[in-house]
Design a protein around this ligand. Structure first.
Ligand code: NAI
Length: 330
């Protein structure tokens, strides 16, 4: 039996992880879940929001499924999510955004893959208070990380039959940092003549995405733009409740949805487990359990087609009813 780390998170995390574990179990795939808690709830007992046992578990098992963990805004501890990505060198954040059945959105031909650099940029956490009225954050960009993520995006495009990789920067203003990201992309692109390459500034990209998203295929972005643009792309396909993701490195992979811990709907039995479930489906494919992945995905699609939807998608099903419907259609 395969052992996989499960970080069940906080906020809506435990509700949606319970749903996903139930669905995978009902599909007949036996997984030994190595459950690890993290975040604000463990600080009291363990002195840190990310105890070594969590990282050790992922190192042991190589693969993890992760529900969201809350990060305090403007003060408090550093993001567990960002720390985990840096510690395990999960350098690629892969966020496919494709229309789902029976979810009405403005455009019905969205099929974009966001490839976000996951380890540096303004998320390197290098900040200082210069005086009480002045603060500074460093935007760290290296050639090594930029070439590595560009290569990941092109390799993904080749393996998945995609036509174009578009690099997104603001290199007209940040000529050195974003300029380096762009230059690294251009060098890597030379090795992939079969893939169309394209360059766009992030502000123009946002405008184009809300007017004509179907023109985009694979996007590769530095960390901050990638974070923001992937929420925008989630909005194009029905919102955060359905947007899946994965953090991938050389040795480890952590599958998690784009969304956060949604404290506004915590404990109300209305959270949509689809984003975590689709992340889990990708995880099953990653570990070679394609048959189970396909069965679960088609049960999810049948449920949506029947109009069983949680409130974020305009329906009135509870998390539990939605989960049971998927299980019924396995
Ligand atoms: P959020 O993604 O948690 O919520 C934004 C909006 O989307 C809320 O109205 C929420 O109810 C809704 N939403 C999100 N997921 C949903 C789901 N599965 N079903 C139905 N509705 C859903 O973003 P927010 O409020 O900015 O962040 C809350 C906390 O989550 C913060 O502490 C943030 O740092 C953390 N966060 C954690 C992430 C992670 O663990 N990877 C990623 C993003 C944010």
């Amino acid at each position: 039996m395969k052992t996989i780390t499960l970080i069940n998170g906080d906020g809506i995390g435990p509700e949606i992880s319970d749903a996903v574990v139930k669905i995978i179990d009902a599909a007949g795939l036996k997984i030994n879940w190595d459950v690890q808690t993290a975040g604000a709830d463990v600080i009291g007992a363990e002195g840190t929001p990310l105890p070594d046992r969590v990282v050790d578990s992922i190192k042991r098992n190589k693969v993890a499924l992760k529900a969201p963990v809350t990060t305090p805004i403007g003060k408090g501890f550093r993001s567990v999510n960002v720390q985990l990505r840096k510690t395990l060198d999960l350098y690629a954040n892969l966020r496919p955004c494709k229309n789902l059945p029976n979810i009405e959105t403005k455009f019905n031909d969205v099929d974009i893959v966001v490839v976000r650099e996951n380890t540096e940029d303004l998320y390197a956490g290098i900040e200082r208070q210069i005086d009480s009225d002045t603060a500074e954050s460093i935007k760290l960009i290296t050639r090594c990380a930029s070439e590595r993520i560009a290569k990941f995006a092109f390799e993904y495009a080749v393996k998945n039959n995609r036509k174009e990789v578009c690099v997104v920067t603001k290199a007209n203003i940040m000529k050195l940092s974003d300029g380096l990201f762009l230059d690294s992309y251009r060098k890597v692109a030379e090795n992939y003549p079969q893939i169309h390459n394209r360059e766009i500034l992030v502000d123009n990209l946002c405008m184009q995405l809300v007017q004509n998203p179907s023109q985009f295929d694979v996007l590769v972005l530095p960390n901050l733009y990638g974070d923001i643009v992937s929420d925008l792309c989630a909005g194009l396909i029905g919102g955060l409740g359905v947007a899946q993701g994965a953090n991938i490195g050389v040795d480890y992979a952590v599958f998690e949805p784009v969304h956060g811990s949604a404290p506004d709907i915590k404990g109300k039995n209305i959270a949509n487990p689809t984003a975590l479930l689709l992340s889990a489906v990708e995880m099953l494919k990653y570990i070679g359990e394609n048959k189970y992945a396909e069965n679960i995905e088609s049960a999810l699609f049948k449920t949506l087609q029947l109009g069983v939807k949680t409130p974020d998608l305009g329906g009135n099903a509870t998390t539990e009813e939605f989960t049971n419907s998927i299980i019924k259609h396995l």
